[in-house]
Design a protein around this ligand. Structure first.
Ligand code: AMP
Ligand code: MN
Ligand code: MN
Ligand code: MN
Length: 287
């Protein structure tokens, strides 16, 4: 069995650098056979990505990465194999996107206070018709020479306690899971190792997520260390959750990981794609 799967990626519909079509081409160049496009809170890149994927003989999984507030923390919940036309999902994402505009104004006001002006218009220049995110502020701050790289911008300006951070209430965990599952999709906790929850809260989160109808957690992702692959494979097993794998690719210079470079899931994991017919077809071909 040899095929490459990547179930987490971003186009410029959210905070990636490539258009959906370019992203699919990039995945093809990196020998990805199954790709999920999972833009933050927006599914409008999916139709073009799907057309493009056919051209490259690639399987496109319709995805989304939903911003959630749980116990005053921001979590990301990935929906895979979603129906983007499912009204509760469509309406819920529209409300989140509206909230992003309010939050962006708050972020810009914070930056104004320390003498960094013009960031709202600057960030929107990068966002174009897609969602507005911290990554767009980061690009504005970098290109105006205020910070040297993406990592430094986030650390000094855009995380909790820094001038460009603005507290925001996203969707609830229950809403996000119900929109995804209600649309016929599979809900997966994105990069659980990035939340710094501590063991007690991690156990609570996984319990609650599963009770709400969540199916999987990312085990192998561009934002986990090798030790975290092992750690989250154990959590998956403990809660009978399936495991997902994705690069979280955003584009050159702002990515956690290039596409097609991740190792396979640990052998104890049940892949989230275990019962997906489109993956079975590939497996059959490659035997
Ligand atoms: P937002 O949803 O607007 O809060 O933006 C979150 C996005 O910012 C994430 O999806 C990442 O792409 C990026 N991001 C968050 N934290 C960092 C970080 N420490 N370094 C680089 N990029 C980050
Ligand atoms: Mn992002
Ligand atoms: Mn994320
Ligand atoms: Mn992501």
């Amino acid at each position: 069995m040899s095929f490459t799967i990547d179930l987490h990626s971003h186009s410029n519909i959210s905070d990636g650098l490539l258009t959906p079509a370019e992203l699919v081409e990039h995945a093809a160049m990196h020998k990805v056979d199954v790709l999920a496009l999972t833009d933050h809170d927006d599914t409008s890149g999916l139709p073009i990505a799907e057309i493009e994927a056919k051209r490259w003989n690639m399987q496109l999984i319709k995805g989304v990465e939903i911003s959630v507030t749980w116990k005053k923390r921001t979590l990301h919940i990935i929906g895979l194999k979603i129906d983007p036309e499912y009204p509760p999902l469509k309406n819920g994402l529209a409300i989140i996107r509206k909230g992003r505009h309010v939050r962006a104004a708050g972020m810009a006001a914070g930056l104004d206070k320390i003498g960094i002006t013009g960031s709202l218009a600057g960030a929107y220049e990068y966002a174009k018709e897609g969602i507005i995110s911290r990554t767009h502020f980061a690009r504005f701050l970098m290109d105006s020479g205020i910070a040297k790289d993406n990592k430094a911008v986030f650390k000094n300006y855009l995380v909790k306690g820094k001038p460009g951070y603005f507290e925001h209430e996203w969707a609830s965990l229950e809403e996000a899971v119900s929109w995804i599952v209600g649309s016929g999709g599979v809900a997966v906790i994105a990069h659980p190792g990035r939340y710094d929850l501590g063991r007690t809260n991690m156990l609570l989160l996984l319990e609650e997520f599963r009770a709400l109808g969540g199916t999987g957690i990312e085990v192998v992702t561009g934002s986990h260390t090798v030790d975290q692959y092992v750690e989250f494979a154990k959590y998956a097993q403990l809660f009978s959750l399936k495991a997902s794998l994705g690069s979280d690719y955003h584009g050159k210079g702002i990515s956690f990981m290039e596409m097609g470079r991740l190792p396979s899931l640990p052998s104890t994991c049940t892949p989230v794609w275990q019962d997906w017919p489109e993956v079975h077809a590939l497996q059959a071909k490659s035997i």
